[in-house]
Design a protein around this ligand. Structure first.
Ligand code: KIV
Ligand code: ZN
Length: 515
């Protein structure tokens, strides 16, 4: 099938909104701008940049992304409340192409237990809120939350009213991840057939992954006539997450023979984008995750390796290069110069300011002094760590740990806290415990350690360790990541990265309360 015979499917990325709702995945402004820039460069059609009424930080992020984005439509989310819609309109008004995305629940369960409103009342809300949004911008998306548990007759009435009031996109989410592909496909077919003005809007899928069906359902929705897919990088999102952008894009690309649709996403940028999101959210990507997991192109068994050596189509349905995975390559050593390093960053897909390149170069030289061979993955992890921690209040300056069988484990740690150096010595039940106790002594806090995970960035005993840490505080989770050839230093960095996020949230809440 030729490309022109395929129907174009719009990719609506909601990593910065639904993805950020994932417990612990909070991002700061600088991180959101990085992600948005990459999404725009990779050809995503719509970037849902946040929920402007949720906080001043969210508003600022949406407004700044709206100002900077070159190609994509920038959307701001709004509940079916007048103040929300006005705030979303304000946030996207400087976008080249701005969208207000407003939603209201339509299912009997939500109407009865959450909204306590009748069907007629909700229909009036749909009309009024879409009309208000349409008076602010030309591009309005309306979502019927919990659409898949809404009786079809009522759903059709809501959709008709939304389109009449000016909605240009109609999104019918599987909010609780309950639908099956056949049901979801049939729902779109029915709504598009029965709603008289259905041809005036683009239909959209939005699927959650509670039963692991988000991607299958999204594709079924496209077969049912939807031409916009809402998804997130690495599938992050509420509960079990959203449909993964990389899986949707590659399923449509690889199986174009039976799925005659195309997207505008440059698939070669997928791996870079996945790593950036993992770095800024500190959410590790599961090893066997489709497309972007580190094992996605690894062949372990003898039979598979034998086949791959003879011809890689024996066991690979897409090339690693098609999603931006380069063959692990030895890149540089301690004699490599600044220009070669700058070139390398470009090849890896980074566009950094001169200051950021300089910072990364200093850290690269430090690493090269300690590690003989530096791989692409090493460079990516050091740059990503820097991007994620650019505005951290606390940093590790030095760590000395006494470990082994002879003596008790003792950590001597020096941190920079708000520009001042502080040192402490602590012991613990093992070297990691001693290190974390030292952090607690210097930065007392109530958060509880929920997860501690280590993996090696590359092969070899001198490989960098990448540590993930999850802290729980006041019912919220904060995740942190750190990388270093020394596992204990990586552990301290990861713990501090989570703690810095906790502090940053406290400051944001404080600032909002003061306002
Ligand atoms: O899952 C959902 O229903 C949503 C809506 C706000 C679109 O995220
Ligand atoms: Zn959602």
């Amino acid at each position: 099938m030729t490309a022109s015979a395929k129907d174009r499917v719009l990719i609506f990325d909601t990593t910065l909104r639904d993805g950020e709702q994932c417990p612990g995945a909070t991002m700061g402004l600088a991180e959101k701008l990085q992600v948005a820039e990459l999404l725009d460069a990779m050809g995503v059609d719509i970037i849902e940049a946040g929920f402007p009424i949720a906080s001043n930080g969210d508003f600022e992020a949406v407004a700044e992304i709206a100002r900077r984005t070159q190609n994509a439509v920038v959307a701001g989310l709004a509940r079916a409340i007048s103040a929300d819609i006005a705030r979303a309109g304000e946030a996207v008004k400087q976008a080249r192409r701005g969208r207000i995305h407003t939603f209201v629940s339509t299912s009997p369960i939500h109407l009865e237990h959450q909204m306590r409103k009748s069907e007629e009342e909700v229909l009036a809300i749909v009309h009024d809120t879409v009309t208000q949004a349409r008076n602010l911008v030309d591009d309005v998306e309306w979502s019927g939350m919990d659409a898949t548990r809404t009786p079809i007759d009522y759903l059709c009435r809501c959709v008709e009213v939304a389109i009449k009031a000016g909605a240009t996109t109609i999104n019918l989410p599987d909010t609780v991840g309950y639908a099956t592909p056949d049901e979801y496909r049939a729902m779109f077919r029915a709504v598009r057939e029965r709603v008289p003005n259905a041809d005036k809007a683009i239909f959209s899928v939005h699927c959650h992954n509670d039963l692991g069906l988000a991607v299958a359902n999204s594709i079924a929705g496209v077969e049912g006539g939807a031409r916009q897919v809402e998804c997130t990088l690495n599938g992050i999102g509420e509960r079990a997450g959203n449909a993964a952008l990389e899986e949707i894009v590659m399923a449509l690309k690889v199986r174009g023979d039976v799925l005659p649709y195309e997207t505008g996403v440059k698939s070669e940028m997928i791996t870079r984008a996945s790593r950036l999101v993992s770095a800024v959210t500190s959410f590790p990507v599961q090893y066997n995750k489709a497309i972007v997991g580190r094992n996605a192109f690894a062949h372990e068994s003898g039979i598979h390796q034998d086949g791959m050596l003879k011809n890689n189509t024996t066991y690979e349905i897409m090339t690693p290069e098609s999603v931006g995975v380069s063959k692990t390559s030895l890149v540089m050593g301690k004699h490599s110069g600044r220009n070669a390093f700058r070139d390398k960053l470009k090849t890896l897909g980074y566009s950094l300011s001169d200051n950021q390149i300089q910072d990364a170069f200093v850290r690269f030289k430090e690493l090269a002094d300690r590690k003989k061979e530096i791989f692409d993955e090493d460079i990516e992890s050091l740059v990503d760590e820097n991007l994620a921690g650019a505005r951290d209040r606390m940093k590790v300056l030095s760590l000395l740990v006494v470990a082994g069988t002879i003596k008790e484990q003792i950590a001597t740690l020096t941190l920079e806290i708000d520009g001042a150096q502080r040192t402490v010595q602590s012991n613990g039940n093992g070297p990691v415990d001693a290190t974390f106790n030292a952090i607690k002594a210097l930065a007392p806090h109530e958060a509880v350690l929920e997860l501690y995970q280590v993996h090696a960035v590359t092969a070899g005993t001198d490989a960098q360790a990448e540590v993930s840490v999850r802290l729980m505080h006041d019912g919220r989770t904060f995740t942190g990541k750190g990388a270093d050839p020394d596992t204990l230093v990586a552990s301290a960095k990861a713990y501090l990265s989570a703690l810095n996020k906790l502090l940053a949230r406290g400051e944001r809440l404080h600032a909002q309360a003061a306002e």
